[in-house]
Design a protein around this ligand. Structure first.
Ligand code: ATP
Ligand code: MG
Length: 408
């Protein structure tokens, strides 16, 4: 229905060549789920795709030329166009492919039946491996023998649980579970990035707890996230319920934190092993270093803690504590934590109104004592609710200077 997609398909669907939409795009359209990226499969060789796309005035970027993938940018829309392939060799991590013109062979190298559906420009669906039946029953099934397909690429174990979390229902396919359990050791040789990318997508499903329980059952969780298994994925479910109850946006990182121990060393180990981004690693570590929530402290003290601490980490801690308090129906604790969360989310203190130069004018010597005086003043200002005026603060500084007050 998208006219730009239609024109890209038309360019590739002429003069003896064919092109069809494929993979997650077709799957999600059939399931009524939102479609994020559009993948197109074509008989055109990569250089022919480039030629046709450029002749039509669109942009062609050879993002994965050896694998046959050209990224097409047309009127600001992005399409991944890949030449039909078959796998000629794999080592459990990478595949060597050859290009071809055979739709059946292209389908056979994909992972799951529901990921191997094609749609032509007229919307007609091609179903070489029986994906439509599995779409209608929301069954996630490997194409061919599950164990053989896993041995070609062990990441498919995680993809099995990821797609089950998103689109599956009931019990996962028994053969898929058996093969995953048997071959899980192959996961340890995968790159951390690939594992994390799948785990993060799994954690973004509406409710990943079911899939994680099956992963634990199959011994897959111990292999990729032993820290999570020991700590307890049982803490995830209360978070999912709290998200719904309080309208929180689902956040894969917070969901990950919910199943991990707040231990800096172990979190750092996970960040390294799974090659998390610096930002993601910092969030895990800040969480580990943040104090546990203190629902009984006064609002002033809490605001001061927000001011001097890491707000994201404090909010992460609050949300997880709140999810558990809510689950235990601890009404007092729930109310107190909700109050703190509201404060934290609205928190925007004014800039501190006093500078070092001001204090030097009041008789302070430059140096460490000046730094400590500013910290003391700032703390008093924060604990007093960030309302003391510049004049009040300078008066106080002057008083402390003349009294020669020792640091408190
Ligand atoms: P989404 O983009 O929503 O995560 P998707 O199905 O598009 O889902 P991608 O990882 O983008 O998933 O892969 C696109 C398609 O390529 C898949 O639908 C599948 O047909 C094929 N594919 C991707 N990775 C593999 C793999 N490891 N083994 C076999 N086929 C794969
Ligand atoms: Mg995709």
């Amino acid at each position: 229905r998208d006219p730009i997609l239609q024109s890209v398909l038309a360019i590739l669907n002429s003069d003896g060549e064919e092109a069809r939409i494929v993979g997650g795009t077709v799957r999600n359209a059939l399931l009524g789920s939102p479609v994020s990226d559009i993948d197109i499969a074509t008989t055109c060789r990569p250089e022919e795709t480039i030629r046709r796309v450029e002749a039509a005035g669109f942009k062609a970027v050879p993002t994965g030329f050896e694998h046959g993938t050209i990224t097409v940018v047309a009127e600001g829309e992005v399409f991944e166009v890949t030449t039909l392939r078959r796998d000629i060799a794999t080592d459990g991590r990478h595949a060597t492919v050859s290009f071809g013109r055979d739709w059946q062979a292209d389908a056979a190298r994909r992972d799951f039946t529901i990921n191997a559906l094609y749609a032509g420009p007229d919307g007609r669906v091609f179903d070489p491996v029986g994906g439509l039946d599995d779409i209608s029953t929301r069954t996630l099934r490997f194409i061919g023998d599950a164990a053989t397909r896993i041995e070609e690429d062990y990441l498919r174990i995680l993809r099995f649980f990821r797609f089950f979390a998103w689109y599956g229902t009931g019990r996962p396919d028994a053969e898929g579970i058996r093969a995953s359990a048997k071959l899980k050791a192959g996961l340890v040789n995968l790159s951390g990035e690939r594992v994390w990318s799948e785990l993060k997508k799994l954690l973004g499903a509406a409710d990943p707890s079911r899939a994680l329980l099956w992963m634990r059952q199959a011994g897959v969780l111990t292999t990729v996230l032993p820290e999570g298994e020991r700590w307890g994925i049982d803490n995830l479910h209360p978070l999912i319920e709290a998200e719904a109850a309080f309208g929180w946006t689902p956040d894969p990182m917070l969901r990950l934190l919910s199943i991990l121990p707040p231990d800096a060393e172990r979190l750092n180990g996970i960040a390294k092993r799974l090659k998390l981004s610096n930002e993601e690693r910092d969030r895990l570590l800040a969480y580990a270093h943040a104090e546990a929530p203190m629902p009984d402290e006064g609002d002033g003290a809490f605001r001061a803690r927000l001011y001097f601490g890491d707000r994201t980490a404090i909010v992460d801690r609050l949300k997880l504590a709140l999810a558990l308090a809510r689950q235990k129906e601890d009404l007092n604790r729930t109310a107190a934590l909700r109050n703190q969360l509201a404060i934290a989310e609205a928190f925007a203190p004014p800039p501190f109104p006093v500078t070092g130069r001001d204090l030097i004018e009041k008789g302070y010597e430059p140096g460490p004592e000046l730094g400590r005086a500013i910290e003391r003043l700032k703390r008093a200002w924060a604990e007093g609710g960030f309302v003391a005026s510049r004049e009040k603060l300078l008066e106080r500084a002057e008083r402390l200077a003349t009294e020669g007050a020792a640091p408190t």
